[in-house]
Write a protein that binds this ligand. Structure first.
Ligand code: 13P
Length: 249
């Protein structure tokens, strides 16, 4: 059985007090026992978030990490640093990292490799831009993003990988992929995994949808057979909204 996962990506939002207040508010909510819950906080809040969520069902994830294990990379954070404060999961490949920080598929393959070697779990983000959707190349774009960054890894390593399909045109825009569009792409992703590996692996990987998921649309999206959860941006900054999305399964 695939895991249902709802992860909040806080992006570059909330100062220390606000971060603590949001976690304290989340801790008062009843969160479905069937759903794994994670919050990807800004790096500067990770250690505090690990402490604040200790003993709860909320996991803490990083939003990014460097591909090198250590060294002269001013401003960067390594996998072993994350692990040393109890953070065992990281997002990688978010479209904002690809667009604003020039992260390529080749760089992401290196980051995934380092994360896997350090025993971390990865929530790997990918998705097409609006012009790619309009020109009908979205299936090919997604296939190549997966192939270039992930298909060098052995089937056994996929137990550490969660996929997050995030069409760029739906991120922060209020425009969501329709449930049918999400399902169509998630089914495509599973077929690509079947072709590269096998059906058992394809059926075992959790595939999250991200892009303007809100309490009002989460249930419809999560009801799709190949949608195993969500990666939530704006709505994860509000405890009521995030809890409602978790409980939409
Ligand atoms: P929004 O939910 O704000 O559209 O952001 C989605 C996202 O980028 C999550 O990583």
């Amino acid at each position: 059985m695939r895991k249902h996962i709802v992860a909040g990506n806080w992006k570059m939002n909330l100062n220390a007090d606000e971060s603590q207040a949001l976690i304290e508010a989340l801790k008062t909510k009843k969160l479905s026992s069937d759903v794994r819950v994670a919050i990807a906080t800004p790096a500067v809040h990770l250690a505090a978030a690990v402490n604040l969520t200790s003993g709860t069902k909320i996991d803490v994830s990083a939003q990014n990490m460097h591909q090198a294990t250590s060294g002269a990379y001013t401003g960067e954070i390594s996998a072993s640093m994350l692990k040393s404060i109890g953070v065992n999961t990281t997002l990688l490949g978010h479209s904002e990292r690809r667009a604003y920080f020039h992260e390529t598929d080749a760089l992401l393959a290196e980051k995934v490799n380092t994360a896997l070697e350090n025993g971390m779990e990865i929530i790997f983000c990918f998705g097409e831009e609006l012009d790619e959707r309009k020109s009908g190349s979205h299936f090919d774009v997604v296939s190549s993003q997966l192939r270039n960054a992930l298909f060098n890894f052995d089937a056994s390593q996929w137990s550490q990988i969660v996929l997050a399909y995030e069409p760029v045109w739906a991120i922060g825009t209020g425009e969501t992929a329709s449930p049918a569009q999400a399902q169509e792409m998630h089914a495509h992703i599973r077929s690509v995994l079947t072709a590269q590996y096998d059906d058992a692996l394809a059926q075992s990987v959790s595939i999250l949808y991200g892009g303007s998921v809100k309490p009002a649309n989460a249930q419809e999206i999560f009801a799709q057979p190949d949608v195993d959860g969500g990666l939530i941006g704006g709505a994860s900054l509000n405890a009521d909204d995030f809890a409602a999305i978790v409980n939409a399964f």
